[in-house]
Design a protein around this ligand. Sequence first.
Ligand SMILES: [Zn+2]
Length: 524
Amino acid sequence: MILLRTAKQSVAIAGNRIVAVGPEAEALDAAEVMELAGTLSPAFGDGHAHPVLGGLERQGPAITDKSTVDDVVVEIGRWAAENPGDGWIVAASYDPALAPDGAFDARWLDAAAPDRPVALRSRDYHAVWCNSVALRRAGISADTPDPRLGRILRRPDGSPLGTLLEWHACDLVLDLVPQRSTEDLVEALAEAGRVYASVGVTWVQDAWVEPALVDAYLLAVEQDRLLFRADLAQRADPDRWRGQISAFADNRERCRRYGRDLVTARTVKFFADGVVESGTASMLDPYLDVPHSHGMPVWSPAELAEAVTAFDAERFQIHVHAIGDAAVRAALDAVERAQGANPAWDRRPVIAHAQVVDPADRPRFAELGVIATVQPQWAQTDAVMTELTIPRLGPERAERQYPFATLARLGTRLAFGSDWPVSPADPLEGLRVATSREWLPGERLDVAQAIAAQTAGVAWQARAEHEWGELAVGRRADLVCLSGDPEHTPLGDITVTDTWMSGRRIYAALTLDPEVSRCSPSEE
Ligand SMILES: [Zn+2]
C-alpha cells in the first residue's frame, strides 16, 4: 500500500484501487509514503479525441504550429529535402485561417515540392490542401464535377485551386495515399500515450476509428505499449452502413476478448455534418456569405435516424458529430426515434461539439438523456472564429455558440473532450477557457462544474462512473497531482506534475526515470 500525501490530502492506494482517503488513509500502515507538492485530483478523461492522428502529427512534417502559409511551405520544402524521393508527402494539420476563406492554392506547395505529390489536412480534418502533382494524379481538372459529398474549390476559370472540402472531395486525393502500416499506427498510439500521461489523461474516447485502427490498438495492448484506456468509436459510412453492422460487432467482441481492460469498442460514430469554418456545417438558416447554402449534411435526417436506430438496436453507444443547428436537431431526432423504436436500455447517447444549438432544442438533451461532449477550447475568439466562423454565421447565431452553462442549467450531462489534435490534448487548457469565457461570459462554468465535466462527466460517458472520475474509496487509482489547487489558483498557472493509472505512476514531471514513462498498468 502506498500513501500519497499533500499538504491537505491523504490518499492510500493498494494495487490498482484507492483504498482509503483522509484520516482513514493516514491510519493505515503504508509501505511507502510519497510527499507531493500540489493537489491530488481524479485523472482526466477525454470524451472526444483522435489519439492516433495526434501521434502521427508529431512524426512530422511539423506544420501544426505554423502561423503563415510561407512557414508551412518552408517546412514542407525542408522535409522534402531531408526525405528525398518521389513518394507522397502527407502532413497535418494546417490552420485553415491562414488563407482568406480557407482557400489554399496548389501552386504555393508546388514551390516546395514541384515533382512529388503533397496532401495536407486542415486542423479540423474536414479539408485537404494539395499540390498540382496530387491534383493531376487524382485526375481532378476543370471537368471534374463536385462529388455528392464534397466541394472542389476552383479558380475563376473552373480549374481546381488546390483545396478540397469534406469526404468525397478529400478522398479523391487521400485514397491514393499509401496506408500507414500497423507498426506506424502503434508507434503513433505509443506517442499519444506519452502526451496523455503528461497532461493527466487516462481514458480517451477515440472518436473516429476505421478498421485498421482496431488492429493497431489491439497490437499496442499486446506489446504493452498503450499508456491510456480507450473506447473506440467505429465510423458508420452513410453509403454502406448496413454492411458494417456485423463487422463492428465482431470488432467489439475482439476488443472485449483481447483488449485487456484497456480497449473497448462499444461506440459507433456518425458525422452528421462538416464544420462552420468551411461552410459545411448543416444549418437551419442559410449562411450569410453564401445565401443559398445551408451547408452539407452528411446524412439525410431520415437515413441518420434509421442508421442510429439500427446500431442502437445492437446496443452500440451512439456518438454523433453535430456542429450546425440543423445537424444537432437531426441527431436529437435520431436518438428520439431509436428510443421510441427499440427496447429500453442504458444507452447514453452522445452529441459531440454542439457548436450551434437552436434554443428550441436545448432542453431536449436532458429530456433524451443525451450527453453533450463539448470542446471548451473552441469557445474562444481565435483566428478561425473571427475570420471564418463569425462572418459565415452572422452576429446573432455567433452568440448562440457553445451554450455550456445553458445546457448545464437545463440538466444536460456535460463531458469535455479536446478533439486533439484539433486542439491541444491538455485538459487544463480547456478548463481555463470554460471557467473564464472571456467571449460570451454568460456561458461560463464554475471550476467545480468544469472539472466534473472533465472527470465524472467523461466517466459517465464511458459507463465507468463507479470505476473512475472521483477521488473516492473503491475507485481505480487513476490520479493526477496538479501544481496548484484549481479552486484557489488560476487554471492557466497550473500544470500536471504526476499521473497514476491503475495505481502505477506513468508520468512524473520531476523525475527522468525512463521506467516511469514505460507502463504496463496493473490489472485486477
Ligand atoms: Zn473529432
